[in-house]
Design a protein around this ligand. Structure first.
Ligand code: AMP
Ligand code: ZN
Length: 492
């Protein structure tokens, strides 16, 4: 039993909070779906890894030994998450006129750089999908042997009707339902069936391709996570994480094929955790709307990475979080206030585990520790933990030594560099976020359409959204014009 408060986590499988217990005593294995390395990870793309890092930090704080795997998708993920369309990485290589390996290497490096900037502890393994293709072919072959697949000219498909509780994670009706975004390909038995192998189309040869029993081609996207996680963590492991968009298709398909492959009647992974989306002043951050702001853009605006990590922790991971100039500035000044209170207590002691803190604290300190521990053990209620920490630092009852121990404990779990960050680096500023002109154009066009349709409430909402991004729109006889975010333009 881990010391301190019982860890309780929300399981997307069944949609409820439950007490956490690992499969093997004292040891936790976590797999997180990693980035597709065809562009710089945007700010939203980093939220899942701050989540998995916080889970890991919490469990290590409780004394578990944690093994983490984050994969790197460098092949197989097609545009729009469908079985059809160009590979995302090949699309980027064509667009940027660079070699595939330069694209994947460059964007993987950007990802690792952002992870380090955000003080995300390194995972034990970062496997690349392209290094696992022979294992994926074997896995697909086993599915075929067991009768879970059927072959079409376009590849080998998983027959979802064979999977007893297909779609349970996504709360799909038992029959499986055609969802928007799933194209019913000629010959597919059900719209939900998905490719485990995609054969080269007759008229097109892919850049990355492998020979398989089902012809030359590439593995289906979902396959890599099943194969790499089982290879590196074992057949069953404790926690699988990802953004909430993965809950609906990608993870559903990972589960179906893994349970078919293991064929042991057990649930593959007991606990599924998903972060909700980060929004940009209410707008969806999507890579298709141009270049979305990255951690590098924030730094250029004057917001250091820890201000962004703090900002992420101000919301519980299961809630949408809206990034705007205002919300970011508020988080930044809160972090600065925290650091101003902590600097006089430095150097902070090294406190890695709950019992280390408990053993060194007096009675009032222990009560404060329990409150802090209760907060983050309660499904990672980080906003509550930050509020507890602020209370601790303001407390008249606690000694400076207690406060230093508690700040060190918070630092261990929240990963905010409270032991070393200089408050003068976290200046309160009103810097404007840089947002891509394409996104602004989309919002301006949507506002114009809403106005034309007489939908004034929607037009006002869009104007507020633009204001949140630091964009001013003026209506002229020639149509709307906008300024702000370091750019200007005319909208349609
Ligand atoms: P990708 O590189 O597109 O495969 O995405 C990497 C991770 O970011 C996945 O876990 C996605 O679910 C997640 N993700 C994508 N957009 C957002 C967003 N706006 N907010 C939070 N997570 C996101
Ligand atoms: Zn995955």
């Amino acid at each position: 039993m881990a010391p301190g408060a019982q860890v309780r986590l929300f399981n997307s499988m069944g949609r409820r909070v439950a007490d956490f217990a690992p499969l093997a005593e004292g040891r936790v294995r976590i797999y997180s779906c990693g980035p597709t390395v065809y562009s710089d990870p945007h700010l939203g793309n980093m939220r899942p890894y701050v989540l998995s890092d916080t889970i890991r930090r919490l469990l290590e704080w409780k004394g578990y030994s944690v093994t983490q795997v984050v994969n790197i998708t460098d092949v197989g993920h097609v545009m729009g998450d469908r079985d059809e369309g160009e590979d995302k990485v090949e699309f980027a290589a064509r667009k940027e006129q660079r070699l595939v390996k330069d694209i994947t290497r460059g964007y993987a490096e950007a990802f690792f750089g952002f992870m380090a900037d955000l003080n995300v502890l390194p995972a034990a393994h970062y496997p690349y999908a392209s290094d696992y293709v022979p294992q994926m072919i074997k896995f697909a072959g086993r599915l075929e042997e067991l009768g879970y697949t059927y072959q079409l000219p376009s590849g080998l498909y998983f027959d979802t009707a064979r999977s007893g509780d297909y779609g349970k994670l996504a709360l799909m009706p038992p029959s499986g339902q055609l969802e928007e975004g799933r194209v019913s390909l000629e010959g597919k038995r059900s719209a939900a069936d998905f490719a485990v192998w995609r054969a080269d189309p007759p008229d097109q040869q892919r850049i990355m391709r492998w020979e398989s029993p089902w012809g030359w081609g590439v593995p289906g996207w979902h396959l890599e996570c099943s194969v790499m996680s089982i290879d590196l963590l074992g057949e069953h492991f404790d926690i699988h994480t990802g953004g909430v968009d993965h809950r609906e298709i990608h993870h559903v398909n990972e589960i179906a094929q893994s349970q078919a492959y293991l064929n042991d009647g057990q649930p593959w992974v007991p606990l599924w955790m998903h972060n909700e989306f980060l929004l940009l002043s209410g707008a969806k951050l999507s890579k298709s709307s141009g270049r979305m702001p990255t951690l590098r853009d924030l730094a250029e605006t004057g917001y250091p990475p820890m201000a962004f990590r703090y900002f992420l922790l101000t919301a519980q991971y299961g809630r949408q979080l809206d990034l705007s100039n205002q919300s970011l500035a508020a988080a930044t000044s809160a972090l600065r206030r925290l650091l101003l209170r902590i600097t006089p207590l430095r150097p902070l002691p090294v406190i890695r585990r709950y019992d280390e803190a408990w053993n060194t604290l007096g009675e009032p300190g222990r009560r404060a520790l329990e409150a802090l521990d209760e907060a983050w053990s309660n499904d990672l209620n980080t906003p509550q933990a930050l509020a507890e920490l602020q209370g601790i630092l303001r407390s008249a009852e606690l000694t400076d030594s207690d406060k230093a121990i508690l700040a060190a404990a918070a630092n261990q779990v929240l990963g905010l560099r409270l032991d070393s960050l200089d408050p003068d680096e976290i200046t309160e500023r009103s810097g404007q976020l840089t947002v891509p002109a394409e996104l602004v154009e989309e919002l301006v066009a949507a506002r114009s359409a809403a106005r034309e349709a007489g939908n004034w409430a929607e037009a006002d909402r869009l104007r507020d959204q633009l204001t949140g991004l630091g964009v001013q729109v003026t209506d002229t006889p020639d149509g709307p014009r906008w300024t702000g975010t370091g750019a200007a333009g005319a909208g349609a």
